[in-house]
Design a protein around this ligand. Structure first.
Ligand code: ADP
Ligand code: MG
Length: 430
């Protein structure tokens, strides 16, 4: 439910009469749900998302647009806001999901395009029938806008049934530039601890610890239980916490499995569940024919620092400053910003890390052979010493291949370091 969260009672009542006479609502097929959604956007601040232009373009050029991403990243709200004239149905409602799965013809007759179908993973069989409907008027774009929080199953369904007809986009939590554009006064450390879930920024009164506790409970109950066939939710939660403790470290599945007391095959399965539901992101090492980093395993990161801080019991900016995990949390934050940067630039698969037996550079962006190197350092005042690994890797891969080397830190202003490297505030990553 999008409305009715604490503190909104009065405003809701006052605005309902305004909504009742909104002409926009007359065009919506399921007025009740859509009304709540629109209501929520009127009474709350809307934080503009970088992905909006891309979604609008996709809906103009493709018959189907699929938006994946972790629970509560804003998938439903973003579609409802961008496409107010589409119908809306959520398969979160068991009766709708059942009809979509068992009587897809009737379901699609009741919900004809243009239509937003929310939480589509609850009716995997619907996809084949979507295809038939889409193909009946193939030239018509933006017919179905689908959301779901299970990336891999959605991608599989799309490639099996809607290949060539659908564009898939992923929504992550708010990036630092998105937060700053909407709320320029936000302190960096606060944004790290609170994390990027839009609701926490649209409504600063929400207690983030309570938010994440309920987020975790819902995630485990709804997503993990139903989709991953996980036997023991408590073990899964411990597994998630163990992943939190290892954010920004090399992935060692055997270690993880041993710590939690589960079989390695279970660890494998659970890790891909966390990845598929947008909670964990794996980063691969950079390779090339001439020179390569020797390490083969990926690095593991939590997708959002808010959930990470909750898992690590870091509940305030002060606790963050005192935490021995501050460096790992910072690296997790910088990684999220670099993912945002690459997405905005329209690049996929460009981000890596570099590591051999002795040295590591946190992030490598491969721009078709030219490399940008990044070190994440929690410090406010980096020194030349913070650039030694950048220098080392530049020598290994060859000076001509390295376009730049940057220490991303908490400095307020950018400044040069040795050998042409520079220190950069995270807000200026671009
Ligand atoms: N861009 C945004 N600006 C302000 N609030 C937002 C924004 N996106 C989402 N929200 C709020 O965050 C919460 C979760 O959004 P929702 O769309 O339900 O996420 P999802 O569909 O990904 O689970 C809702 O309370 C919604 O109002
Ligand atoms: Mg939703």
């Amino acid at each position: 439910m999008l409305v009715g969260k604490r503190g909104f009672g009065r405003a809701v009542v006052k605005r309902i009469s305004l909504i009742e006479c909104s002409p926009e609502l007359a065009t919506i097929n399921t007025p009740r749900i859509a009304k709540y959604a629109i209501l929520s956007h009127i009474i709350r601040m809307w934080i503009a998302r970088d992905i909006e232009p891309r979604l609008q373009r996709s809906a103009r050029t493709r018959p189907v647009v699929v938006l994946t991403g972790a629970r509560q990243t804003g998938k439903t709200s973003t579609f409802l806001r961008l496409f107010p004239n589409h119908g809306f149905v959520s398969l979160d409602l068991p009766t709708e999901a059942e009809q979509a799965e068992k009587e897809p013809h009737d379901f699609l007759r009741r919900h004809p395009p243009p239509m937003i179908v929310d939480e589509v993973q609850y009716a995997p069989r619907l996809f084949r029938h979507l295809k038939a409907t889409v193909d009946a008027s193939r030239a018509r774009n933006g017919q179905f806008l689908l959301t779901g929080s299970q990336k891999f199953t959605l991608m599989k369904s799309v490639s099996e049934s809607l290949a060539g007809r659908a564009d898939i986009a992923e929504l992550e939590t708010l990036s630092w530039p998105e937060i700053l554009a909407a709320l320029p006064q936000t302190a960096l450390e606060m944004a790290i601890v609170r994390g990027g879930f839009p609701e926490l920024h649209a409504n600063p009164d929400i207690d983030h610890v309570a938010f994440y506790n309920s987020y975790l409970a819902t995630y485990l109950e709804r997503d993990v239980r139903s989709l991953a066939n996980v036997g023991n939710l408590r073990d899964f939660e411990r597994f998630l916490r163990a992943c939190g403790l290892r954010s920004a470290n090399l992935l060692n599945k055997a270690d993880l499995a041993r710590d939690v007391g589960i079989a390695p095959s279970t660890a494998n399965h659970w890790l891909s569940t966390l990845e598929a539901s947008g909670q964990v992101v794996l980063l691969e090492p950079w390779f090339s024919n001439r020179t390569k980093s020797i390490v083969k395993s990926p690095k593991l990161y939590m997708a959002d620092t808010g959930l990470l801080c909750t898992l690590l019991n870091v509940r305030s900016e002060d606790a963050l400053r005192r935490s021995p995990a501050a460096g790992a949390i910072w690296e997790t934050f910088v990684f999220a910003q670099l993912r945002g940067r690459e997405r905005r630039a329209g690049r996929a698969g460009s981000l890596f890390f570099w590591r051999d037996r002795t040295r590591e550079v946190d992030f490598v962006i491969d721009l078709g052979g030219r490399l940008e190197l990044f070190e994440a350092k929690w410090t406010e005042l980096p020194t030349d010493g913070d650039a030694v690994n950048l220098d080392f890797v530049r020598k290994v891969v060859g000076k001509s291949r390295v376009a730049s080397g940057t220490v991303v830190c908490r400095t307020p202003n950018s400044f040069p370091l040795v050998n042409g490297f520079r220190a950069l505030p995270v807000s200026q990553l671009g």
